[in-house]
Every structure is written in C-alpha cells, then in structure tokens.
Design a protein around this ligand. Structure first.
Ligand code: DX5
Ligand code: ZN
Length: 217
C-alpha cells in the first residue's frame, strides 16, 4: 500500500497558517497531523478543538488528531464536532483503553492508540483488533524537532509481525524525528503513515519535501 504522509502542523509558521495549509492542500500529503498537548501528559501545551474546526474550513485532507492528553475521553465529542477524522489516544493515558476506543468509533471517527518509546508493542496485543491504527512515538512526546530514537525500527517490525499474525490491516504510523534520511528504512520496517514536522517546515521547499517523502513509497 502507498505510504501516507501526514505533515505535523506543530512546526508550521502560525503567523501564516492559511498559506501553510494551502501548501499542504497542493501537496501529495493525504493527512494533516494535529498535536493536542495538555501540559499534564506532556510538558507542553498546544491547542484545543478550535484548531481542528479552523482547519476543517480550509482543507479536505484527513484530520489526524493526536491527543497527548490525560483522561482524553473528556474531549472526544468536542473533537468530533470540530471535524476530526481520526482520534489517537495514548496507551499510557487511558485506564480503560478498550472503552475509550469504542467511544471514539461510536462517534463515527477512526481510532488509534499510541505508545511512548518505553512501552513495548506486546502490550498492544489485545487492543490491536479494535483500532484502525497504532502510532509509534519515535521521540518522547511533547515537542517537535527532536532526534529520532533508533530502536523504533525494530519496534515497528515487531508490530508489523503482530498485525500480520492476526491477519489484520491496522495501519502503523510513526511520529517523531521522521525525515528523508530515515523514511526509506521506516517504510521497509513496515510503517504505513509518516508524520513529519520539523523536517518539512524547516526545509527550503516544504511542498517539494512532502512530495519527495510521498514518492518513496
Ligand atoms: C511530538 C509530536 C509530533 C511532532 C513531530 O510530540 O507528537 O507529532 O510534531 O515533529 P518532528 O517531525 O519535528 O519530530
Ligand atoms: Zn504527534
């Protein structure tokens, strides 16, 4: 399957958000990745459902919302009403993960689960059949522009194996430190969706950078 590119708007220039989104609209990116941080689950605060509502008005791309939030269930309806297509919650933030996933789906969105770098994919074995995607954090969540953690490759390979054994079509998304340097190896390891922030928006030509990533797979 074709690799999906999901530019992370965390690294976009918010003084010209409209033109940044126009650029993504013209690109081969299929999704836009939106990082929601609450200052509790991660040591940083970003934005709330209003940003999704704003994006929905100016793009037809899939809005891929990554909730780095404690007790995320409180906000599912708000994000659905704002126009989120996919909601991903953190394994570490959900005491009743199965219930949370069911709730996201019952609201009509696709559901994902994410794991921090210290959590092995074996913990996901029983939830994989219920999710549309697994998001592997390849940096510690909280900030853009961090260095990719190398052990993420083998983690993706193990996850891919787990998904194949179960005969499922769960997508593997990778987030953190993704660039043209490591994208080929990530795709080879089994990644289906590449989130990239800093590498895209700090490049000389972000549109070309997105399309170069898209051409790899
Ligand atoms: C980090 C976020 C990422 C971040 C990725 O906590 O979840 O989505 O925006 O940015 P880069 O590609 O700069 O590591
Ligand atoms: Zn993210």
């Amino acid at each position: 399957m074709e690799t999906i590119i999901a530019p992370s708007i965390l690294s976009a220039d918010f003084s010209k958000l409209g033109s940044e989104i126009e650029m993504i609209n013209k690109s081969e990116a299929q999704w836009i990745h939106v990082d929601i941080m609450d200052g509790m689950f991660v040591p940083n605060i970003t934005f709330g459902p209003w940003i999704v509502r704003t994006l929905k008005k100016i793009t037809d791309k899939v809005l891929d919302v990554h909730l780095m939030v404690e007790k995320p269930d409180r906000f599912f309806e708000d994000f659905r009403n704002a126009g989120a297509d996919i909601l991903t919650v953190h394994y570490e933030a959900c005491t009743h993960l199965h219930r949370s996933i069911q709730k996201i789906k019952s609201l009509g969105m696709k559901a994902g689960v994410s794991v921090n770098p210290h959590i092995g994919v074996n913990f996901l074995e029983d939830i994989i059949p219920y999710v549309d995607l697994v998001l592997i954090m390849s940096v510690n969540p909280g900030f853009g522009g961090q260095k990719f953690i190398e052990s993420s490759y083998s983690k993706i390979e193990r996850l891919k194996e787990l998904i194949s054994i179960k005969n499922l079509s769960t997508l593997i998304e990778v987030d953190g430190g993704v660039s043209l340097e490591n994208a080929v190896t990530l795709i080879g390891s089994g990644a289906n969706v590449l989130v990239s922030g800093n590498a895209i928006f700090r490049s000389e030509n972000p549109l070309k950078y997105i399309n170069d990533l898209a051409e790899l797979g």
